[in-house]
Design a protein around this ligand. Structure first.
Ligand SMILES: NC(=O)c1ccc[n+]([C@@H]2O[C@H](COP(=O)([O-])OP(=O)(O)OC[C@H]3O[C@@H](n4cnc5c(N)ncnc54)[C@H](OP(=O)(O)O)[C@@H]3O)[C@@H](O)[C@H]2O)c1
Length: 284
């Protein structure tokens, strides 16, 4: 099938391109705004009309969560309008759209894993702009959208927490991580596999797409340090202590692991555990 991939040079986008190549698809890989600025509706329409893809996989986004608080309009423009532009163009060409979204559409107050039927309540400009992008995509393409929410990505083509933890554990006497922030860390390679499964078996809907299981940031860091063969101690702190000392600009959900209910209901859940995914990543 013909796939048009935006954000193809990003952390997720480059693994989506690699997986699409491996599967032998006809690919139009657009690396960044220099190749296609998705905030430009006319350019998006022209590009999608020219290439007539079966599906578009949108890996472009404003991903600087704290920076979005200061540059809110730029984040809204890219995450909400950009997604809407792609959906509008896909409506014209009868293409499907795989729109990548985030656990930050939730407020974290549920206290356990969120599934796709839970209500959203974003707490930051980033989360709100991604949630608006979801809604605009559903409205423009009611029968041909797949919203894939994911969380805490790491992959070889981006700055990510796994590499940061390994480097820090090699150079510092000890590390400190939050023990009561609960996440579903996700490998971009495993996510790319599911995004392409969705594109190939298009069934409209919203899907949670993360590696299986959940962990605290502390467990995540300790697991990575141990798997990297290091003995650096990783000490606990609390979410409240972290927020008080680091003063991040954006509010984040404290407990936002995702349950992959829709993939399970449709018999499409192939995600390995977060631990296996990290082992694979560190080996590669
Ligand atoms: N990273 C995470 O932990 C995480 C967690 C949950 C969800 N997500 C979601 O996962 C998706 C992929 O994230 P990622 O971490 O792979 O992002 P990333 O590495 O920051 O890549 C985003 C891409 O968007 C491109 N871009 C920026 N402005 C653009 C524009 N106006 N038009 C077209 N492309 C533009 C960037 O290219 P240039 O800068 O070269 O233009 C970049 O290649 C996003 O939807 C994100 O919201 C990420």
């Amino acid at each position: 099938m013909r796939l048009l991939i935006t954000g193809a040079g990003g952390m997720l986008g480059s693994d989506v391109v690699a997986e699409a190549q491996r599967r032998g698809h006809d690919i139009v890989a657009l690396a960044g705004r220099a190749a296609l600025d998705i905030t430009d509706l006319a350019a998006v329409r022209a590009c999608v009309t020219t290439h007539q893809p079966d599906a578009v996989v949108n890996c472009s986004a404003w991903t600087n969560v704290d920076g979005a608080e200061a540059e809110a309009d730029a984040a809204w423009k890219l995450n909400a309008l950009g997604a809407a532009h792609l959906a509008t163009a896909c409506a014209q060409t009868q293409s499907w759209l795989v729109q990548v979204s985030t656990d930050f559409v939730f407020d974290g107050e549920k206290g356990s894993a969120y599934h796709e039927f839970d209500p959203v309540n974003p707490q930051s400009v980033y989360g709100a702009s991604k949630e608006a992008g979801e809604r605009l995509v559903r409205t423009a393409l009611p029968d041909r959208h797949m919203i894939a929410r994911t969380s805490f990505l790491y992959g070889k083509s981006g700055k990510n927490l796994v590499d940061t933890i390994v480097r820090a554990a090699q150079s510092r006497p000890s590390l400190t991580f939050v023990e009561d922030q609960i996440i579903s860390p996700t490998s971009t390679v495993d996510l790319a596999t599911t995004l392409l499964d969705l594109a190939e078996t298009p069934l409209a809907g919203t899907y949670h797409t993360t590696n299986a299981g959940q962990c605290s940031l502390l467990e995540f860091a300790r697991f990575i340090v141990a798997e990297a063969g290091l003995a650096t101690p990783v000490n606990p702190t609390t979410f409240a202590e972290y927020v008080a000392s680091a003063k991040p600009a954006a509010k984040r959900p404290r407990v936002s692991p995702l349950e992959r209910k829709m993939l399970a209901l449709r018999g499409m859940d192939t995600f390995p555990s977060w631990q296996d995914a990290i082992r694979t990543y560190l080996k590669s």
